[in-house]
Design a protein around this ligand. Structure first.
Ligand code: UD1
Length: 357
C-alpha cells in the first residue's frame, strides 16, 4: 500500500509524528511524506522534524507564505505532479490548514482516496480560513478519522455518515508519549527564570486577532494588567504586527521566540492559566490539566468549555480578559475527552482493513 502524507504547518508535524512512526515501521506500507513548505522558519518546522523524529520529507515543495489563493494554488500545482508521479493508493491530510486543503483538492481531482485526520471539527464561522478548509476536506474524504463523538455528530448533520471512525485525538497520543521526556529534558523554566504555577502562557496567531489592531491591542493591554508574568512565544505573523508598534516590551510580558514541542509541553503544564487563540493549545491545556482562556468568540473544542476547563473570551474588552484570567481556577472534576491515547494505532488498523495489506 502506497500513501502520501501531506504536511505543511507546525501542528501537523506534531500530529504526524505518532502515526508516521507506526507507518514507517510497517513493512507493508510505503509512506511518502510531502512537506508543502507552508511553515519554513527553523523553529516553526525543522526543529519539530528533529525533536519528534519525523522522517525527512521525500518532497519539499518550498511554497512559503502568500495570500490564501496563491499559497494554495502553488501547493496544488506541485502536489498534482507528485501524485501523478507516485500514483498512491491514498493521500492523508491532517487538520485544517491551507496544506490540508491543497492535499485534498489535488487528490480528489486525481480520484485518489483521501484520509482526513481530525475530521468533523466545526467552529461554524465561515470567516475563518480553517473552517473552509475543514468543511471542504471532510466532504472530499473517503476516510474520516474523528477525534470525538461531537465531531461525528457534526459530520452526520452534513450528511457524512460513511467512512467515519472515532479514533480519539492524535495530539493526545503525542502528549502522553512526550510528557515525561519533556519534564526530564527541558530546562525552559530555568532558562526563563520562572517558577511552576507562577506565570501565564499566551499564544496568539489567528488572523482575526493579529490582523485586527484593536483586538491585538486589547489583548496586550490585558496582559500588561495581569498579576503574573505573561510568557508570550511569538508566531511570526504576530511578531510582524507587534514589531510595527514597537510595544509589548512592558516588563510584565516576556516576548520569546516560538518554542519547540518539549519546551512547550513543560510551559503549558506548569502555567497558572493559558491564554490562546490556537485550537491545538486549547486541547493541550485540557490534556495537561491547565485552565485555558480562549481569546476568540467561538471554539471547535466545545467539550473543554462544557467541562469548565476552557472559557471563551472574545478579545473586545481588555478588562474582561483580565477578569476572566484572575477568576480562572482548576475545576475539581476532570474527564478524559480525547480517547485512549492510541489514536494512531486505531487509524492504522482501519487503513490495514480497508486496504487489505
Ligand atoms: C497556519 C494555519 C492555521 C494553523 C497555524 C499553525 C492556514 C490558513 N492557517 O496559520 O490553521 O493554526 O498555521 O501555526 O493554513 N510565517 C513566517 N515563517 C513561517 C511561517 C509563517 O514568517 O515559517 C509568517 C509569514 O509572514 C506568513 C504568516 O506567518 O505570511 C502566516 O503564515 P501562514 O502559513 O499563512 O498561516 P499561519 O498563520 O501560520
Amino acid at each position: 500500500m502506497k500513501m502520501i502524507t501531506v504536511l505543511g504547518a507546525r501542528p501537523q508535524f506534531i500530529k504526524a509524528c505518532m502515526l508516521s512512526r507506526l507507518l514507517q515501521n510497517d513493512k507493508n506500507i510505503n509512506e511518502i511524506i510531502v512537506h508543502t513548505g507552508q511553515h519554513y522558519d527553523k523553529n516553526m518546522s525543522d526543529i519539530f522534524f528533529t525533536q519528534l523524529q519525523l522522517p525527512t520529507p521525500d518532497y519539499h515543495l518550498g511554497v512559503g507564505s502568500g495570500s490564501h489563493g496563491k499559497q494554495t494554488a502553488d501547493m496544488l500545482i506541485q502536489l498534482e505532479n507528485v501524485i501523478n508521479k507516485e500514483k498512491p493508493d491514498l493521500v492523508l491530510v491532517y487538520g485544517d490548514t491551507n496544506s490540508t486543503l491543497a492535499g485534498s483538492l489535488a487528490a480528489s481531482k486525481l480520484h485518489v482516496p483521501i484520509a482526513h485526520i481530525e475530521a468533523g471539527l466545526r467552529s461554524f464561522n465561515r470567516r475563518m480560513p480553517e473552517e473552509i478548509n475543514r468543511v471542504v476536506t471532510d466532504h472530499l474524504s473517503t476516510f474520516l478519522f474523528a477525534p470525538s463523538q461531537a465531531a461525528v455528530d457534526h459530520l452526520a448533520r452534513e450528511g457524512i455518515k460513511e467512512g467515519v471512525y472515532v479514533t480519539g485525538d492524535i495530539m493526545y497520543d503525542a502528549v502522553l508519549h512526550y510528557k515525561e521526556t519533556a519534564v526530564n529534558q527541558s530546562d525552559i523554566l530555568q532558562r526563563l527564570q520562572l517558577q511552576a504555577g507562577d506565570y501565564y502562557l499566551a499564544t496568539i496567531h489567528r488572523a482575526e486577532n493579529t490582523d485586527e489592531p484593536d483586538r491585538l491591542k486589547n489583548i496586550l493591554k490585558a496582559f500588561q494588567q495581569l498579576d503574573k508574568k505573561v510568557v508570550f512565544p511569538l508566531h511570526p505573523r504576530t511578531k510582524h504586527t507587534i514589531e510595527k508598534w514597537e510595544q509589548g516590551t512592558n516588563s510584565n510580558i516576556l516576548l520569546i521566540e516560538p518554542l519547540n514541542y518539549l519546551d512547550m509541553l513543560v510551559m503549558e503544564s506548569q502555567a497558572k492559566t493559558i491564554l490562546t487563540d490556537s485550537g491545538g493549545i486549547q486541547k493541550e491545556a485540557y490534556m495537561l490539566r491547565t485552565p485555558c482562556i480562549t481569546l476568540r468568540k467561538e471554539t471547535e473544542w466545545e467539550e473543554t468549555v462544557r467541562e469548565k476547563w476552557n472559557t471563551i473570551m472574545p478579545p473586545t474588552h481588555s478588562e474582561k480578559i483580565v477578569e476572566a484570567v484572575l477568576n480562572s481556577e482548576k475545576p475539581q472534576a476532570y474527564r478524559s475527552l480525547f480517547g485512549d491515547g492510541n489514536a494512531a494505532h486505531h487509524i492504522q488498523v482501519v487503513l490495514r482493513e480497508m486496504f487489505k495489506y
